[in-house]
Design a binder for this molecule. Sequence first.
Ligand code: FE2
Ligand code: FE2
Length: 343
Amino acid sequence: MIDHDGLRRCVTLVDDEPFALDLLVRSARSFHFDCQTAVSAEEALELLERQPTPVVVTDLRMPGLGGVWLVQEIKRRWPHIAVIVVTTGPDDDALLQCMSAGVQHYFLKPVHIDEFHHALQTTWYHQMMRREHHRQRQHLESIVRKQTHRLQHTFFSAITSLVRTLEARDPYTSGHSRRVRNYAVRLAKYIGLDEHSQNRLRLAAKLHDIGKVGLAEGILNKPAKLSAGEYDQVKEHPVIGERILRPIVRNRVVLSAIRSHHERFDGGGYPDGLRGEEIPFLARMITVADCFDALTSTRAYRGPMSQDDALGMLHDGMATQFDPHLVPLFLRMMRETKTLARV
Ligand SMILES: [Fe+2]
Ligand SMILES: [Fe+2]
């Protein structure tokens, strides 16, 4: 028998007394339930393992492990199965244990058909409601998941065009964010950083200079040394970047990597003057990638440095500007790639 919402109307009945079991079966069938029966707790558990039913009705006093054990096992293995307990006499201890295990109903023998009908129908109704709630929750969760996915997609498209806009203003930094992201992610893979952190690094590296959108055109691509005032403005870009992204990028690791990508290992960087391992790890990786790309790219005020010279500069900056553990790994990675390219 299938109920109108697709839930199979079936019940497991457990009683060691044949007469009582027969009465339960006949009553349940007259209420249009399919029945499976067992004469002990152990047998009932085997039946349920093969075919769980939404409702179980069990006697408490049975030879073997008994009804209380059965109730506890059912609730432990299948917490969503509803249990109704039938007992021969007042046994407060056993009933208390059943109630605290989560039994829905209990009544005393001899079984009164009306009482049994009421307990079965009420329990069945609760099961259907629970199932409906579960279905609705799953439906809502899937809607939220889809919307979140859509929002993320929109957000990343918007951010990507923001980065392009930023770089279009300064032809000398065109492709900088993409290259920094590529160097940083290559380094991450090289040192075996986990996938989750790699994704965070990818995003942070791509957006690390987003705070420069607020800088005046004249400062962004000035072909000469910046004045102290202009330099102060440039130094604000990690904080501005973090502020722009905070409402959309909820991830603190990503935000802190962006904020700290101009910190120096010796504490002489900005904006917070962090030193050593106080600087977030992803920020330390971006710093290395960022400087390497800046050195090997053409700028308004100078030509590009050769890769070997740039790697030499990174080596010289170990422990002052850069993480002394990361630089040797970056150098090795770049040199291995170069060797491979020659082969
Ligand atoms: Fe920067
Ligand atoms: Fe940069």
